[in-house]
Design a protein around this ligand. Structure first.
Ligand code: NAD
Ligand code: UGA
Length: 459
């Protein structure tokens, strides 16, 4: 514990999607960074200058900063925090069975860090934690010479490095203005918007941002259902709504809804937290329900499209990760959808450019293959779950030639339905007109009925 806390030295606890990318970004900006990680495989990968997760560009940055001696993975908390002016806690906050944020990892990391931290160090909580947590961690630590701040992270997987290099905003919340300022100086450039506030507001800014974006997606997904029933086109509706700068076009892509390690857990945690304060956050309850309905509706489209039974049918699923450019399978819609299809008797063959290995333990009944053309061979139907460009760019004439059936259900509205229909396919998507199906009545519902695809049940 001897010596002065030096803000040029940063300790990051947790080498996951957030911790490692933050550490790499800080090392790129010239800080000396130590990453404390309990998982020996993750530590070994970082020490070798390799990323233990799939994140575009991260391998190159790690190899450079580890090679230059500016980033080091360590096992010992004492070694990690010694002399560090700022200790960033970026461990997991997974959901408990009843939807709360499980703070076990945060408590263990903070307890170990404060035991060794150098006086005047600031402990910056980057993990997403419920309102009041940062203050309660400060009380629990019983060291007056340390400050605690909430330092929420807004990076997106798949573009995480870019988000760390050029953050849309830097938010830091805490009771000690000097500590808040020291942490706020870590990231961004002079033009980056900075919001310095109390820690509870910073905690709610993080939850509020994720919950708002998730609700926006659920809203457009409800609109997509109405588009299917009325014959409107959800992409056009989203384009038109998005032209209003107060609304904006982003996060209005209808489809299979939100997955990933954060939106599902954070929306539920916020709703549960509100409940502890006596509030029923009805909007979030509805957003969650709409989101799970999207997965059931996708399964229902395959079921109805194949005549009402999936017994003995072979279905190819394109894409497993919760979104493109990541191998993250946490809360991936593909898992629910594939389980539903298999429970209905289908044989599922699935493919993904990078997520096959993380998917394997989650999908014990599924055949996983690397080559999308092998996946679609002899399939009665193809369902697209993750919008990897690889799948948009497939030779769809060849795909339809390899399939046994002709039904293509696009859960992300990313394929060219007209071209698929041109190759003889029957194309269904989300909130857009079916293609390659006979048209008798105006509107999507009429076309679907004409093709023997009854309107899908609501709810
Ligand atoms: P993760 O599970 O990928 O990484 C957490 C890491 O911490 C793991 O490698 C784990 O082994 C390590 N760890 C756990 N306890 C430890 C301890 N006591 N000492 C040292 N290492 C320890 O999680 P993640 O996706 O990086 O998320 C971390 C936090 O950031 C969560 O609260 C999450 O909600 C939040 N967040 C995540 C994202 C994202 O895109 N993944 C974005 C913003 C915020
Ligand atoms: C999200 C937020 O965008 C980040 O700001 C935040 O830091 C992060 O959560 C977090 O707290 O972990 P991420 O989970 O990486 O980032 O992914 P997003 O790009 O936000 O997508 C989330 C989910 O919503 C994906 O399943 C995606 O397919 C879905 N989505 C997104 C839609 O269905 N429609 C859209 O229009 C946009």
């Amino acid at each position: 514990m001897a010596g002065e806390a030096d803000d040029g030295v940063v300790c990051v606890i947790g080498a996951g999607y957030v911790g490692l990318v933050t550490a790499a970004g800080l090392a790129e900006r010239g800080r000396e960074v130590r990453v404390v990680e309990v998982d020996p495989e993750r530590r070994a990968a970082v020490s070798a200058g390799r990323a233990p997760i799939h994140e575009p560009g991260l391998d190159q940055v790690l190899s450079a900063v580890v090679g230059a001696g500016r980033l080091r993975a360590v096992e010992s908390m004492g070694e990690g925090v010694a002399g560090a002016g700022i200790v960033i806690v970026a461990v997991g906050t997974p959901p408990t069975a009843d939807g709360e944020a499980d703070l076990t990892q945060v408590h263990a990391a903070v307890d170990a860090a404060v035991e060794h931290a150098t006086p005047r160090a600031v402990v910056a909580i980057k993990s997403t934690v419920p309102p009041g947590t940062t203050r309660s961690l400060a009380r629990r630590c019983r060291r007056e010479d340390l400050a605690f701040v909430m330092f929420p992270e807004f990076l997106r997987e798949g573009s995480a490095l870019e988000d760390i290099r050029n953050p849309s905003r830097v938010v830091v919340g805490g009771d000690d203005p000097a500590a808040v300022g020291r942490v706020a100086a870590l990231l961004g450039d002079p033009d980056t918007p900075r919001l310095l506030c109390d820690s509870v507001s910073a905690e709610l800014i993080k939850y509020g941002s994720n919950a708002f974006l998730a609700t926006k997606i659920s809203f457009i997904n409800e609109m997509a259902q109405l588009c299917e029933l009325t014959g409107a086109d959800v992409e056009t509706v989203a384009d038109g709504m998005g032209l209003d700068p107060r609304i904006g076009r982003s996060f209005l892509s209808a489809g299979l809804g939100w997955g990933g390690s954060c939106f599902p857990k954070d929306v539920r945690a916020l709703e549960t937290s509100a409940g502890y304060h006596g509030q029923s956050f009805w909007l979030l309850k509805a957003a969650i329900e709409v989101n799970s309905q999207q997965r059931r509706r996708f399964t229902a489209k395959l079921l109805h499209g194949l005549g009402g039974s999936l017994e003995g049918r072979r279905i190819a699923i394109l894409g497993l990760a919760f979104k493109p450019f990541t191998d993250d399978m946490r809360q991936a819609p593909a898992v629910d959808v594939i389980h539903q299809l298999e429970d209905l008797g289908a044989e599922v063959v699935a493919t993904d450019p990078v997520a096959l290995e993380p998917a394997r333990p989650l999908l014990p009944r599924t055949t996983l293959v690397g080559d999308p053309y092998a996946a679609v061979t002899d399939a009665d139907a193809v369902g697209l779950v993750t919008e990897w460009p690889d799948y948009r760019d497939l030779d769809w004439g060849r795909v339809l030639g390899l399939m046994r059936g002709r039904l293509v259900v696009d859960g992300r509205n990313c394929l060219d339905g007209a071209s698929i229909a041109g190759h003889g396919g029957a194309y269904l998507s989300v909130g857009r007109r079916p293609r390659g199906l006979p048209r008798v009545l105006p509107g999507a519902a009429g076309e679907a009925v004409a093709a023997g695809v009854p309107p899908l049940p609501l709810g």
